[in-house]
Ligand binder design. Structure first.
Ligand SMILES: *Cc1c(COP(=O)(O)O)cnc(C)c1O
Length: 392
């Protein structure tokens, strides 16, 4: 089937299962949040998924071919399509722990006898996704200063871990890599939400990180249960040995189906056909259309904020005098959530100092980048209704 054929077939689908199940469709004015299903695949990616669904193939042949193609396009030694960034973190850890000891693959995480099981991390980089590493039976060794870090390496050190978007932590990426490599220890970087810029897909591997994990369903708009693990061939090969479809592995439950592998490759093709300037201009235009529509709301001030690392795209941030517009931003979010159509605003709304966007202010935040064509004006109209109703 051609891509056009696949689109035609998808538009002919007779059953809307969201309606059948009574599930509310939302307008995503939040961003690439996992619980809001993160992103919508662009038409070319949806078509590639549909096309892949038509034919059985050998899964490992597809896994291998996709990896080689992605490594070339993303300028790294090797690549693996994972079941999301979190799965990439688990497989990366499994690779480092079982490196040079293939028999260990079947033993982790329960029997760590004789295996390196320590992961060095900056205390300020600890986060909820650490569980993805712990799944391999490792323990974290926390450091704060460069001197701590230099002293932390032992014969049990399997790897070091860096949280790319961490807001704190005193050790730079360059020092982090240099010291680890002086001990012959590989470095993993969790850069899950850190595109755009597009070049981040190769910046961190080129910088020297041995393994870098990205989420496929966030800024790249691939299938939500796909991701990329990029890096050194020896380690990616070892990650593959810890992954599905091999059954006696920690990775067996993180299956990536043919539709997602193909969808991830198509999403990378789509993403590389974009430009940072084009995306920024489009998202800025959406933000401006919304704020222009709200010009008549008394005291309302709008600005565009681009967070430094994760979700580095224009967000619309709006504040107003709550003595004049008598509704708190968090209540605006509730009104839009419970209205028709259902709109989810960015979760930084009503939270000071949230996600690098609100500063010290109680603000409405619109994450414009996951809006579908035309939805910016629906959001603008709903905001106008709710805010003007609250104006004395
Ligand atoms: C979203 C995210 C993940 C998980 O990504 P998935 O693709 O959903 O598995 C991991 N780490 C960070 C920092 C993230 O933001």
């Amino acid at each position: 089937m051609t891509a056009t054929g696949a689109r035609a077939a998808s538009s002919k689908a007779t059953v809307d299962y969201y309606d059948k199940l009574g599930v509310t469709k939302i307008i995503n004015a939040a961003g690439t949040y996992t619980a809001l299903t993160a992103s919508i695949m662009p038409p070319s990616v949806q078509a590639a998924v549909m096309e892949a669904a038509q034919h059985p193939v050998r899964l490992q042949e597809l896994q291998h071919a996709a990896g080689e193609y992605l490594a070339k396009r993303l300028q790294c030694e090797a690549a693996l399509v994972t079941a999301g960034a979190a799965s990439g973190l688990t497989l990366a850890t499994a690779a480092c722990v079982t490196r040079g000891d293939t028999a260990a693959i079947e033993k982790i995480p329960v029997d760590m006898t004789g295996l390196k099981n320590e992961v060095i991390v900056q205390k300020a980089h600890r986060n909820d996704y650490d569980h993805a590493l712990l799944n391999c039976g490792v323990r974290f060794v926390e450091v704060e200063t460069l001197a701590d870090y230099e002293r932390a390496f032992t014969d049990k050190t399997a790897m070091t871990h860096f949280f790319n978007a961490a807001e704190h932590g005193s050790i730079s990426r360059e020092d982090w890599i240099r010291v680890a490599h002086s001990h012959n220890v590989p470095c993993l970087n969790d850069a899950a939400a850190d595109v755009p810029p597009i070049s981040n897909l190769w910046n961190y591997t080129k910088m020297g990180f041995d393994l870098v994990a990205f989420s496929g369903g966030k800024g790249m708009r691939g299938p939500q249960n796909a991701g990329l693990l990029l890096g050194r061939k020896e380690l990616i090969d070892q990650a593959v040995k810890n992954a599905m479809p091999i059954s006696a592995t920690v990775g067996r439950g993180m299956k990536v189906a043919k539709e997602e592998i193909v969808g991830m490759v198509a999403a990378v093709d789509w993403f590389l056909s974009q430009t940072d300037e084009g995306m920024e201009a489009e998202f800025t235009a959406r933000a401006n259309r919304i704020s222009d529509h709200l010009k008549s709301i008394p005291s309302l001030k709008a600005r565009i904020v681009i967070p430094p690392i994760a979700n580095r795209i224009p967000h619309l941030v709006m504040t107003y005098d709550q003595a004049k517009v008598k509704i708190a931003p968090k209540d605006v979010a509730d009104a839009l959530r419970h209205g028709k159509p259902c709109i989810e605003l960015n979760p930084s709304t009503g939270h000071r100092n949230a996600n690098g966007v609100t500063g010290d202010e109680d603000a409405i935040v619109v994450g414009v980048w996951m809006l579908q064509p035309g939805e910016d004006m629906i959001v603008a109209q709903r905001l106008h209704e709710v805010l003007s109703q609250a104006t004395a």
